[in-house]
Ligand binder design. Structure first.
Ligand SMILES: Cc1cc2nc3c(=O)[nH]c(=O)nc-3n(C[C@H](O)[C@H](O)[C@H](O)COP(=O)(O)OP(=O)(O)OC[C@H]3O[C@@H](n4cnc5c(N)ncnc54)[C@H](O)[C@@H]3O)c2cc1C
Length: 458
């Protein structure tokens, strides 16, 4: 396998992606971390920064950034998979707001570390514009701002845009309005994760690549090359988690897929906008997301690929020609200037992790020493940094503002056994797609989509 082929991002890093050496044999450590994506590496980073004497080992089955961290849309956002109203219902308004504020701070924190460590990852904190292109979508934009106000956020966090203001940021076809938040940065995701791996190594963390963990148990991570014994074992495997023994129903791997155009001429960008490299989306149900890359491409993605029976994760699931074609079509609908003659040069995808109650969580079971973080759905670029800082506090036994946040030590229920899981996830996707189509036809919000999202708990 050529790692460069996994995403446009991995194809455009300034290094050959040569794997680091694997685990040489049995080893002792203070903390062993399974998975070298953002979650594993941020955890290693903050642990090593807080206590340079800790012996930290990271085990990665391929290379750092092989998973979603090397393939995502590059939104380092303050989005959290559970929105404010359900968070407030479960934990109270103050704790929900504290969680959201911590996410805002997280975007600034990633920017701070990127600068401090000299990680050259095309970081641009241009915020996010979410477009409304129908009356129904406009209603949802208004509701999002009203909801934010009710829960203690201000205009400085999320503001409603009229048609002209929205189009001034992102000139998509038929824009009626939208919302803007400054709490997001566009980033080259693979440069970020590769830069982080180098940063943790500079701090003395040992990263072993091409070292698959075949079992996790209290006190040990087992690999074909040897066992790493450590009192704390961190699972940071997100969408790949179901491939670990005993973890099949912990999260459902759901695929998100992307396309990228060739670099676009300045005249095209003058029509589209995104002058601040704002990340963008719209208020439809089946999520789409895009960013203007530093080298002038449009990288654009969406959900909608099927969930695979038994929570299987396989490289060929990353590529779904039907979804790539749909993404290409939506891109042309949004921006007619991107007609069929504008080449798409890259297509790719990857698994993200969805917990049964749609709730991301981070935690440490003190009785076993087993720690975890994940279930970020499509919001892990920022959230994994908060997870890493929180795990570092938990592992070092510190009680801090971070360890008091409501997602800490939350236990999501397991997904249903098959075939219920397959039926539920794919039915959900279908309802969301047909809701988008029906809304376009009738110009009325879909009740079925609302009911389904309540059933899913988000
Ligand atoms: C196409 C796509 C677009 C996305 N866009 C965005 C976005 O714009 N913004 C956003 O916030 N989020 C986005 N996400 C989600 C985000 O990328 C993830 O939430 C985040 O990268 C998760 O990081 P992680 O370190 O937890 O998991 P991963 O990056 O998936 O890392 C897990 C690592 O564990 C390794 N591993 C797995 N099993 C084992 C084992 N047995 N032994 C050893 N190693 C193992 C894997 O090889 C992998 O490297 C997107 C995801 C995808 C797929």
């Amino acid at each position: 396998m050529r790692y460069q082929d996994l995403s446009y991002w991995l194809s455009s890093v300034d290094e050959p992606l040569t794997p680091r050496p694997g685990l040489p044999g049995d080893t002792d450590a203070d903390v062993v971390i399974v998975g070298a994506g953002y979650t594993g590496l941020w955890t290693a980073y903050y642990l090593a920064a807080a206590d340079p004497t800790l012996r930290i080992v990271v085990l990665e089955k391929e290379i750092a950034g092989y998973g979603a961290s090397g393939r995502n849309g590059g939104w380092c956002s303050a989005l959290f998979p559970t929105s404010l109203p359900p968070l407030a219902r479960r934990h109270g308004r103050d704790r929900a707001l504290a969680m959201q504020r911590a996410m805002h701070e997280t975007v600034r924190e990633v920017g701070r570390v990127v600068a401090a460590e000299g990680i050259d990852c095309d970081w641009r904190a241009g915020g996010t514009v979410v477009l409304a292109r129908t009356d129904v979508q406009l209603g949802r934009a208004r509701a999002a701002v009203a909801e934010a106000r009710e829960h203690g956020l201000a205009d400085a966090d999320l503001v409603l845009l009229d048609a002209a203001e929205a189009a001034a940021r992102c000139h998509a076809e038929g824009v009626r309005g939208g919302t803007y938040t400054p709490h997001c940065a566009a980033v080259h995701p693979a440069k970020l994760v590769r830069g982080l791996a180098a940063a943790v190594e500079r701090r003395g963390v040992r990263v072993f690549e091409r070292t698959p963990v075949t079992a996790l148990r209290p006190g040990a991570a087992v690999t074909p090359a040897g066992v790493v014994r450590a009192p704390v074992v961190v699972r940071a495997t997100e969408g790949f988690t179901p491939t670990l023994p005993g973890q099949r129903r912990a999260v459902a791997p759901v695929y998100s897929l992307m396309v990228a155009t060739a670099p676009l001429p300045e005249a095209t960008w003058a029509e589209i906008g995104l002058a601040e490299r704002e990340t963008f989306s719209d208020y439809r149900h089946v999520i789409i997301y895009g960013q203007r890359t530093a080298d002038g491409r449009l990288a654009f993605g969406g959900r909608g690929a099927p969930y695979h029976y038994g929570s299987r994760v396989r490289p060929d699931f990353d590529r779904e020609p039907r979804v790539f074609a749909a993404l290409r079509r939506v891109l042309g609908e949004l921006f007619p200037v991107l007609g069929p003659d504008v080449p798409v040069t890259h297509t790719w995808g990857g698994p993200l992790g969805v917990a049964r109650d749609w709730a991301a969580s981070v935690g440490l079971d003190r009785s076993t020493g087993l720690a975890w973080a994940g279930g970020y759905v499509g919001d892990g670029v920022g959230t994994s940094n908060l997870a890493g800082r929180t795990l570092a506090d938990l592992i070092r036994g510190e009680q801090t503002d971070l360890t008091a946040l409501p997602w800490v030590n939350h236990r999501s229920p397991k997904w249903e056994p098959e075939p219920m899981r397959w039926l539920a996830v794919n039915a959900g996707l279908k309802v969301m797609f047909s809701a988008d189509e029906a809304e376009l036809r009738t110009n009325r919000p879909s009740r079925r989509a609302k009911t389904f999202s309540h059933l899913l708990g988000h």
